[in-house]
Write a protein that binds this ligand. Structure first.
Ligand code: SF4
Length: 396
């Protein structure tokens, strides 16, 4: 999956409306979309207390369209905010402890935290410590981020981060994204080593290579920073019961605020955790019987990506999510319905990709939205009919 709204910070449901390359919006610097501002909130430790979550849902209903959009960096967005309400929303977020008063620090707080942390464990402790050291980090492009992922096996491997703290077979390592091995550290040395690596990266970034993996493709790390092999990533997390609670899904990362309030209240949850997987972890909770959420791990909607499309994004000439919902059950692989060739909702190739253009869709198999389409100018009804009647291969 990608990270702007799950794509861009890869937008999980929010389009990258800015034309500024590398620009990454936050609450202080919202994106402007066709339906108003898209305000991104970065909860510390990827957690919202029940009170914060309920209040955030209230704000989404009061100032936005009544939805929270999950991003691929485990952030959350309220969209459709009238520009005149932005200051009031910021004040409310600050009152909930969900806003850095310093916009520069907020911009640096690109920290992915493995959502299964327990209070007092290594992931929790190092995440808190990193929040305290944000001021020691160098200036970096807005999309550069960090992952604290110290469970038995890394679970954030597929999520966007440039510098990662995780485990090897023998202890903690600090690993540059794109490297197969990391630098052995202990809890006391992890943060100084991370800050060293961030400065190393900052000194090598150019306008052409703005992320760690791009830098490593052209120059090696110091040998002592990559002599501890990383562990294989954990299997992709699935919807259902987990240690610490229950994972539930949100189609396209789009969460109905009223439905989330119902779930929190019905289960008297202490809080929820945000993930980069279009899922929420209900702390100590159980899968709810609420149709607003996906509770079947095999639900085809969890294999489908679709950006907001028309009329929400000015770059789109087609609706995306209605077609994606209708098509998903007929496709056994992954599906990407993109409002345009930018492909905000998914960077990785999908088994079937539909790209909106001039009110119709171009189509390709095993590719990305920016690739050359195989078939052009299809009407959505014709595409759906073909998949429904299996006149196109369901697994192209
Ligand atoms: S229509 Fe294009 S620019 Fe807009 S959100 Fe979709 S992919 Fe991104």
């Amino acid at each position: 999956m990608a990270d702007a709204a799950q794509f861009g910070d890869g937008a999980a449901g929010g389009g990258r409306m800015s034309g500024v390359k590398g620009w990454c919006p936050g609450a202080h610097r919202p994106m402007m979309a066709a339906d108003g501002l898209v305000v991104r909130i970065r909860p510390a430790l990827a957690r919202l207390s029940a009170q914060q979550a309920l209040s955030l849902c209230d704000l989404a209903q009061r100032y936005g369209q009544g939805y929270l959009d999950l991003t691929s960096r485990a952030n959350v967005q309220i969209r459709g905010v009238p520009p005149g309400d932005h200051d009031a929303l910021l004040a409310a977020l600050a009152g909930l402890g969900l806003l850095d008063t310093d916009p520069a620090l907020e911009a640096r707080r690109n920290i992915l935290v493995a959502p299964f942390w327990q209070a007092g464990d290594v992931t929790h402790g190092l995440s808190l410590a990193l929040l305290d050291r944000l001021g020691d980090l160098p200036d970096l492009p807005a999309k550069v981020g960090f992952a604290v992922d110290c469970g038995p096996q890394p679970c954030l491997d597929a999520a966007s981060a440039d510098i990662r703290i995780e485990r090897s077979a023998h202890g903690l390592i600090l690993r540059a994204d794109g490297a197969a091995a990391g630098r052995a550290v202990i809890e006391e040395t992890a943060l100084p080593a991370l800050i060293d690596m961030a400065h190393w990266l900052a000194a090598r970034i150019t306008s052409e290579r703005r992320r760690m993996a791009r830098v490593l493709a052209q120059m090696p790390l110091p040998p002592e920073w990559c002599d501890a092999p990383a562990l294989a990533p954990a299997p992709a997390p699935r919807i259902g019961a987990h240690h610490g609670g229950a994972l539930i899904g949100a189609a396209f990362g789009h969460v109905d605020a009223a439905a989330l309030c119902r779930v929190i209240a019905a289960q008297d949850l202490p809080g929820i955790r945000l993930t980069p997987w279009r899922m929420l972890l209900l702390e100590g909770g159980a899968p709810p019987g609420d149709a607003a959420f996906v509770t079947d791990a095999d639900d085809p909607l969890m294999r489908a990506d679709a950006c907001p499309g028309a009329p929400l994004c000015p770059s789109a000439s087609v609706e995306t999510r209605v077609l994606a919902r209708a098509l998903a059950p007929h496709i056994s692989g992954t599906l990407h319905v993109s409002g345009c060739a930018k492909g905000c909702a998914r960077q990785a190739p999908a088994d079937v990709t539909l790209i909106g253009r001039d009110g119709r869709f171009d189509m390709l198999r095993r590719g990305s939205a920016g690739d050359t389409p195989e078939r052009c100018g299809r009407h959505p009804d014709d595409i759906l009919a073909e998949f429904e009647h299996n006149t196109l291969s369901k697994t192209p």
